[in-house]
Write a protein that binds this ligand. Sequence first.
Ligand SMILES: O=C(O)c1cc(=O)[nH]c(=O)n1[C@@H]1O[C@H](COP(=O)(O)O)[C@@H](O)[C@H]1O
Length: 234
Amino acid sequence: MSQNDNKKVLIALDYDDRQAALNFVKQLSPSECRLKVGKEMFTYFGPEFVKELVALGFDVFLDLKFHDIPNTVAKAVTAAAELGVWMVNVHASGGFEMMQKAKEALAKYGENAPMLIAVTVLTSMDQGQLLRLGIEKTPQDQVVYLAKLAQEAGLDGVVCSAQEAHLLKSQLGDSFKLVTPGIRPAGSDAGDQKRIMTPQKAVAAGSDYLVIGRPITQASDPVATLQEINASIA
Ligand SMILES: O=C(O)c1cc(=O)[nH]c(=O)n1[C@@H]1O[C@H](COP(=O)(O)O)[C@@H](O)[C@H]1O
């Protein structure tokens, strides 16, 4: 499985049309990006779609953000490993034992195990939304808190916003991977994202992987947009 860290862009394939997604993917090379399949495409098109992308040679991040009892999540990440995905995620708020059991379940796959990362605070959340959940910490403090829990549970990294990347790298070390959605090239629409950053600033802050969806997939020329972003962070 490729670990080429020069491929920082993970394209969020959030399409409701399988053929439209595949038409786009067929213009891409596995040497220039990785692909993320999330809840929308997985719910429409299932594991067969994921296997198809893996068979085309792409590293696939299966973004289903598992959050359930430890036994169920351990079995779900095992099912992800069976699909041959490169990365899979859980919600850190599912708890320490859930994360630990998920990591243990992947041990049998050795070096072929997918990277296991934990979502901290969604990039669509801000202080006001955390307060409405009864969480009085700042988003940054809550991200650091959950990231430390994920690291202690043995996970490979976290999903966070690039705004927290510098702090997390300084507190958790360089090898703990930071996957950052909420990436918005200058001038692009934030949409529902709250904690955003440009690709260049995200990489400078310490992001290992940039999850980018709409700024690429809804661009008038998605392939050219990917290439521009790759050039800007090279
Ligand atoms: O786990 C994720 O990938 C994720 C976590 C998070 O905190 N925020 C977030 O936006 N995502 C995903 O990243 C993608 C971002 O897409 P765009 O906002 O279109 O760039 C979507 O597929 C989200 O589901």
